[in-house]
Each structure stands twice: as structure tokens, then as C-alpha cells.
Design a binder for this molecule. Structure first.
Ligand SMILES: Nc1ncnc2c1ncn2[C@@H]1O[C@H](COP(=O)(O)OP(=O)(O)OP(=O)(O)O)[C@@H](O)[C@H]1O
Ligand SMILES: [Mg+2]
Length: 241
């Protein structure tokens, strides 16, 4: 009896390092090596300054590593030029930040469709139906015409998550997505992220300081002084047949 072949990793890091240049160069990451399967929900934890945001920036192709290699969906992206990186970000990735950066002068629906609209290929029109169903899914169907200042903090963060999902990205990168919310809203936002990604088999890499939330993901990677201190699978989730 042999196990069925596992799908190729969506993300692979091989001895990734980052040194920030300067009068006194700062080593932020060293020899970070791991791979992530499609559909995994991974938490990155670690003390302040341990390299979490640096790692997320590298995964999001917002910065390039000083050493090592990164592959996304089987493609080596280590030396990608800015145009290719931007295209990959736009087509394959969704970003969620601690502060949501919704555009104040646009309503919720327009904010969520903005990345699609910026693609300039009519995909905002094609995706509108799916995006509207996402609003319904998170209980915001009646509020799609509200501007961010007419929504609560938790509602705004849900809109920001929908925006990250609007392109139907393979990889969702979140830096403290619940850091600004009270515990009830944090749990709601977290559950939303988890449910949507489970349903659509998307991959989430989430930086968090919240150990309780981290324990509800599939896997927790702990950074310490830029190195991987541990990599613990929380629950081996079986995919439905
Ligand atoms: N642009 C930069 N230039 C120089 N050093 C930097 C830069 N950004 C981060 N660092 C340094 O790199 C290290 C890792 O920083 P990073 O922002 O990745 O930490 P973090 O784990 O996200 O921390 P926090 O939990 O506080 O957000 C720190 O020592 C930090 O001071
Ligand atoms: Mg950080």
C-alpha cells in the first residue's frame, strides 16, 4: 500500500537569508527552509524583530532574499524582475495587513474590486458576481455601498479580506490581520479566512502574535532571531475525497 502522490508544494524556500544593508548591516533571516502544500493554513509566530514581516515581504515578492531560493507554484521567483513580480502578485497573491488600507473615498464593493479593476483587462466586471456572493457569505451584502468610515473596524477588516480574495489568489499573505481587533472580531475574521480558504483550497501564510489563533491553524512556524526555531503541524487535515 503506497500513499497517493502528494501535490507539489505551492511554496518552497531553500536556505533563504536576508541581510538589510546599512552602516551596520542587519541580518534579519538565515537559512530559512520549508515548503507549504496547497490548502495549508500556516501561522508564522515569533518575538518582535524575529523576521516575520521580512519573511512575508520576501514571499510576497516585495523584497528579494540575500541568499537562497524561493519557488512559488513550482516556479523559481528568486530573481524575478519588478514587472514579472508585480504580475505574479496581482494574479496569484492576496495581501492582508494589520491596518487595512481601504480607500476612504470608495465604497466597500469598489474597494474589493479595485485590484481587479487595476488589472485593466475587464476582470472587475467578470468577478463582480463572485465578489458579491463573498459579501453575502460574510454577512455584508447590505453594506456593499458603504464607505469604510461607515463600517465598524471588524467589518472593514472583513472587506479587506474580501479584497485580498477578489482575484481568487493561490497564496494569501497576512501580516497580523487580527492585530487591531478585539477578540470577538479577531475570531470572526480568523474564522472567515479559514473557512474561505478551506472551501476553495487556498493557501494562507499568516503572521500573528496571538498564540491561541496560531493553534487553530494547520501548522505553526516559529522564528527566533531570523532562524526557524520550530515547525509544528497542529492538525493533519484530511482532504475530502
Ligand atoms: N528596512 C529595514 N532595514 C534595516 N533593518 C530592518 C528593516 N526592516 C526590518 N529590519 C530589521 O530586521 C529584523 C527583523 O525585522 P521584522 O520587521 O522582519 O521583524 P518582525 O518579526 O516582523 O517584528 P514585529 O513583530 O515587531 O513586527 C529586525 O532586527 C529589524 O530591526
Ligand atoms: Mg512585523
Amino acid at each position: 500500500m503506497s500513499a497517493p502522490p502528494s501535490p507539489p508544494p505551492i511554496l518552497e524556500l531553500d536556505h533563504v537569508g536576508k541581510v538589510y544593508p546599512g552602516a551596520v548591516p542587519t541580518r534579519a533571516l538565515e537559512a530559512v527552509t520549508f515548503s507549504v502544500r496547497a490548502g495549508e493554513f500556516v501561522a508564522i509566530v515569533g518575538a518582535s524583530g524575529s523576521g516575520k514581516t521580512t519573511l512575508l515581504n520576501l514571499l510576497g515578492l516585495l523584497d528579494s532574499p540575500s541568499e537562497g531560493r524561493i519557488s512559488i507554484d513550482g516556479r523559481d521567483v528568486t530573481g524575478l524582475g519588478p514587472d514579472d513580480a508585480a504580475r505574479l502578485r496581482r494574479d496569484r497573491m492576496g495581501f492582508i495587513f494589520q491596518f487595512h488600507y481601504l480607500l476612504p473615498e470608495f465604497n466597500a464593493l469598489e474597494n474589493v474590486l479595485m485590484p481587479c479593476r487595476l488589472a485593466g483587462d475587464g476582470r472587475d466586471l467578470r468577478e463582480e458576481g463572485r465578489v458579491r456572493s463573498l459579501f453575502a457569505r460574510v454577512g455584508l451584502a447590505s453594506k456593499i455601498r458603504r464607505r469604510p468610515d461607515q463600517l465598524s473596524g471588524g467589518e472593514q477588516q472583513r472587506v479587506a479580506i474580501l479584497r485580498a480574495l477578489a482575484n481568487d489568489p493561490l497564496l494569501i499573505l497576512a501580516d497580523e490581520p487580527t492585530g487591531n481587533l478585539d477578540s470577538r472580531n479577531a475570531a470572526e475574521v480568523f474564522n472567515l479566512l479559514r473557512d474561505i480558504t478551506r472551501e476553495s483550497h487556498r493557501t494562507v501564510i499568516m503572521v500573528t502574535h496571538d498564540r491561541d489563533l496560531a493553534a487553530k491553524t494547520d501548522r505553526v512556524i516559529t522564528l527566533r532571531d531570523g532562524r526557524m526555531e520550530s515547525d509544528v503541524v497542529v492538525a493533519d487535515r484530511q482532504e475530502p475525497q
